[in-house]
Write a protein that binds this ligand. Structure first.
Ligand SMILES: *Cc1c(COP(=O)(O)O)cnc(C)c1O
Length: 476
């Protein structure tokens, strides 16, 4: 290593203007603003000026031009890279909350584009020319699909629960089973939401068993609501007894107290036929007599982030008048995407194909295996030696705190390379463009093809080959 500081090297550094004339910089200027590119070039020159003055630069003088250019490109790329970026989800977790949960259907994406690239009738009734409601486009669809009298949509299900409790039980008591005091990721806990809403939680029963008699004993003149929470992200198994929504409705009728069911991952299509656990649908819960039912728009429904509230008109109308509704109101992207998603449900024969979440959850293992084979073949044709690629069996998850015990059989492409540890491979692929997130399991890097879209296979192979081949080169 050269340790003498050779200041004469500074004279070899190119000028900003010279680098700006390079054809690779010209290409950057077509997509990025000039000041950003100039800043990148200045940053690169600064970097090498310091390296020379510290005596850290050990290369040849004639390499400097090329190095400054490469550094400039890298700095501009880092500066202009979006913070929120596309990810290829190879985890096999269909509703991956950290990866944005549900993918929108094609028609939902088009609907968002249509109402955001032009003005829309968000709050105007085009027949009368008078003020309209932003909820109208989805209200009627929701009541038709669920059988409920009325509907309201807010930002997410957490706010739906908060709004319902705050409207129906503020300053009063709400009875909940001890077995249903759920915590959902991101610190949404039923007791805490209850406190925020101004309602008082009355816990009844035991963790594993709550009988109808426990609810009856808990009722006082201050009871405003009987709350049933679907324990969507865990199961209590063994010696158990849960009081059903039907039973709660019966108790509610005896005492004139409304019943609310927080379904969490509410769905409209029964997936039990496809090997998924039998769970109560929104329609079944409404038919069971629940007065208020809340569920997420971006869990099993497969739409945009939203909190959907359906139920008896008198309760929904009261919620609409609560000032909190204004604070948690949905925007036009949500209305557009939700309307399009709901419309897919009227096409019974095609809904499973049209809504990506439902398609991924019901995808046959044959189709997944075929996609795995395609990825493995593409990888093998692109990769230099030293990488072992094979197909293994495993299981995917529903995710989003839904159906935690469901194990969906799947096929994974497993990669092991001598040039990178599996953890390093995972880091490099997360930093790639687009980012790839998969599983590190059994000392292998495993890609679950259930959540990789058919049209992503080529791109995924290309990104992986880029990372694996450059690791191989730097090892040699
Ligand atoms: C997921 C979930 C929520 C929160 O829904 P978000 O749409 O994520 O706000 C509330 N309750 C239950 C039971 C859930 O599963």
């Amino acid at each position: 290593m050269r340790s003498v500081i050779d200041k004469s090297l500074l004279r070899e550094l190119p000028k900003v203007d010279e680098i700006m004339k390079h054809h690779r910089i010209a290409r950057l200027l077509e997509i990025h603003p000039r000041p950003v590119v100039v800043d990148g070039v200045r940053g690169a020159l600064d970097f090498y000026r310091k390296a020379i003055l510290n005596g850290h630069y050990t290369g040849n003088p004639e390499e400097l031009n090329e190095l400054v250019l490469e550094k400039s490109l890298a700095l501009v790329a880092a500066e202009t890279r979006f913070n929120l970026r596309r990810v290829i989800n190879a985890t096999g977790v269909v509703l991956h909350t950290n990866l944005g949960r549900a993918l929108l259907s094609k028609s939902a994406r088009h609907a968002v584009d249509a109402v955001t690239s032009a003005y829309c009738n968000l709050e105007i009734n085009l027949d009368t020319g008078k003020r309209g409601s932003r909820y109208e486009p989805v209200e009627e669809l929701l009541t038709r699909l669920t059988g409920a009298e009325a509907a309201l949509v807010v930002n997410n299900n957490a706010s739906a629960v908060l709004l319902a409790l705050g409207t129906l039980a503020r300053g009063k008591e709400v009875i909940v089973s001890r077995g249903q005091l759920v915590e959902i990721g991101g610190s949404f806990r039923i007791p805490e939401v209850m406190e925020q809403s101004g309602a008082t939680l009355v816990e009844v029963g035991a963790t594993n068993k709550t009988h109808p008699a426990d609810y009856r004993k808990g009722i006082t003149e201050n009871t405003a609501l009987l709350l049933h929470v679907h324990t969507s992200n865990y199961r209590i198994v063994g010696f158990t007894r849960e009081t059903s929504v039907e039973e709660l409705v019966e108790i509610g009728r005896e005492s004139g107290i409304p019943v609310m069911s927080d379904l969490g991952s509410g769905f409209l299509v029964d997936l039990a036929r496809y090997g998924l656990p039998k769970e109560p649908s929104v329609q079944e819960t409404v038919a069971a007599g629940a007065d208020v039912v809340t569920f997420s728009g971006d869990k099993l429904l497969g739409g945009p982030q939203a909190g959907i509230i359906v139920g008896k008109r008198q309760y929904i109308e009261k919620m609409k008048k609560n000032p909190l509704t204004r604070a948690v109101r949905i925007n036009k992207f949500t209305v557009a995407a939700l309307e399009a998603t709901l419309r897919e449900y009227f096409d019974h024969d095609n809904v499973l194909n049209k809504i990506p979440t439902l398609r991924m959850l019901t995808e046959s293992t044959d189709v997944i295996l075929q996609r795995a084979g395609e990825l493995a073949a593409k990888l093998k044709s692109k990769l230099t030696a030293g990488v072992e690629v094979k197909i293994v069996q495993g299981s995917s998850q529903v995710g989003g705190g839904s159906m935690p015990t469901a194990e969906l059989p799947t096929y994974l492409v497993s990669c092991v390379t001598e040039s990178l540890s599996v953890d390093e491979l995972a880091i490099q692929l997360r930093g790639a463009e687009p980012a790839v997130v998969a599983r590190v399991q059994d000392g292998q890097y495993q890609l679950d093809l259930r959540t990789v879209q058919a049209e992503e296979v080529d791109l995924l192979a290309e990104v992986m080959a880029g990372v694996l081949n450059s690791a191989e080169v730097s090892r040699l």
